[in-house]
Write a protein that binds this ligand. Structure first.
Ligand code: AMP
Ligand code: GLY
Length: 431
């Protein structure tokens, strides 16, 4: 089979790493890919949002399956275009991708299909937003409707922060038309967990749980990022409860999409908050989480390709995901300035000696290779160091050891990935 992976991040590197191991894969392409992917797949010089170019390429090269990593091409209708041209694609249609592309769509969908989520109101002006915020009380959560690369959620804690947030959304219009409509919702408290599942349009198969660390700063402070680290299992949700949550909180999406005439084929990612009143969906994504994908691929024992192929054909049949019982940890190496404007263009050293242990992988994201062979840090999130271990402590130890062997001047790493969970575990053991 010829497989095309779309995207260029750590998630896509991990997907290529896993798919290239499949005996069914005769050829793996990645568009546009990155320097880490070069050794596993043929990188194709097409941007991930060039949906017409990607479709032409898949048709011309007779690609048997296209696997879409990021959300933008999905919201632009890549899956629809490919399907129109007879291509098999693992990724939802433009309609279904609105679950991630429009927070208003997602919240109204959840309300329509009875999924537990934070109470909310949709507003389109400053005065209405303030009135809704007053109704919910502070802190309150404000979300720009459209895609904002993970930065469109503001959580003002007091009146001054509320004034600032309303100004950002409605006066400065920092999120542009993404904030034409805004969700105002109740602020929930609890542990966050990511539950990721594959769908063939009818049924779901969920992955083991994962937890990511979204804030830039240690101790979970500072602005949200795409994710600075992750581990699987989540350690905050017993694995035995995952199936029930998938049934109650993810399956209604699959059933609802099918009932609305838009079967959902692809990855459904539930971002959950485990509140005292039970789990609530904070958001859906229509793709693998990054960095959650990396530890999940390390834990995936079964061949991924036949499962994705079966899903794309509309029926899992007998294909199943199976997992090892180890713990996988992932630490993101970013460049100073992220999630704002990162320092760019520094040479990364230590890449050649970085990986010399089995069960550890260094995945590339914001890297670029120069003609002299050296590799530069050119993005916010640059690399992710991932490792397996018999327990979280040893998986983290190995992931950090790998992260520490790679250097560039602006490198930043959160040193506390998994720490709070480990401490809680130690407390439980000590009790
Ligand atoms: P989202 O893009 O909707 O996942 O929001 C990004 C982050 O904002 C989440 O990972 C949470 O940490 C936080 N968040 C979103 N919605 C809420 C909420 N209703 N209550 C508390 N925190 C939230
Ligand atoms: N790590 C969270 C996300 O991919 O949205």
């Amino acid at each position: 089979m010829k497989v095309l992976v779309v995207g260029s991040g750590g998630r896509e590197h991990a997907l290529c790493w896993k798919l290239a191991q499949s005996p069914l894969a005769s050829r793996v392409y990645c568009a546009p890919g990155n320097p880490g992917i070069e050794g596993l797949a043929e990188c194709v010089d097409l941007a991930a949002d060039d949906v017409a170019g990607l479709t032409d390429f898949a048709v011309r090269e007779a690609v048997d399956l296209t696997v879409v990593g990021p959300e933008v091409p999905l919201t632009l209708g890549l899956a629809d275009l490919l399907a129109q041209r007879g291509g098999a694609v693992f990724g939802p249609s433009r309609y279904a991708a609105q679950l991630e592309g429009s927070k208003v769509f997602a919240k109204e969908f959840m309300r329509r299909h009875g999924v537990a989520t934070a109470d909310f109101e949709v507003v389109d002006n400053l005065a209405a937003a303030r009135a809704a915020a007053t109704r919910f009380g502070l802190p309150v959560v404000l979300k720009a409707d459209g895609l904002a690369a993970g930065t469109g959620v503001l959580i003002p804690r007091d009146e001054a922060e509320l004034d600032d947030a309303l100004a950002v959304l409605f006066t400065e219009r920092r999120f542009g038309t993404s904030a034409d409509r805004v969700i105002v919702e109740e602020c929930l408290t609890g542990e966050e967990v990511s539950l990721i599942a594959l769908s063939d349009g009818k049924r779901l198969q969920h992955f083991v749980t994962a937890k990511d660390y979204k804030r830039i700063g240690e101790g979970d402070v500072g602005p949200n990022t795409g994710g600075m680290g992750a581990h699987s299992p989540s350690m905050v949700l017993p694995e035995a409860q995952a199936a029930g949550i998938a049934e109650r909180m993810l399956q209604p999406v699959i059933d609802g999409m099918a009932a609305e005439g838009h079967p959902f084929v692809g990855v459904l990612y539930g971002g959950l908050m485990l509140t005292a009143e039970g789990p609530r969906i904070l958001e859906y994504n229509v793709r693998f989480g990054d960095p959650e994908c990396q530890p999940l691929m390390l834990r995936l024992e079964s061949d991924l390709l036949p499962v994705l192929r079966a899903a794309a054909a509309g029926d899992f049949g007998a294909e199943k995901l199976t997992f090892n019982d180890q713990v996988a940890a992932c630490v993101v190496l970013a460049s100073a300035g992220y999630p704002g404007t990162p320092v760019q263009g520094e040479v990364i050293s230590g890449l050649d000696v970085a990986v010399d242990q089995t069960g550890a992988e260094l995945f590339h994201a914001g890297t670029s290779r120069r003609s002299d062979g050296s590799v530069l840090a050119v993005g916010g999130r640059v690399l992710s160091a991932c490792a397996l271990g018999p327990d979280l402590g040893s998986a983290l130890h190995r992931a950090y050891a790998l992260a520490d062997r790679v250097e560039w001047a602006a490198k930043i790493v959160r040193r506390d990935i998994g720490r709070r969970v480990l401490l809680a575990q130690a407390g439980r053991v000590a009790e």
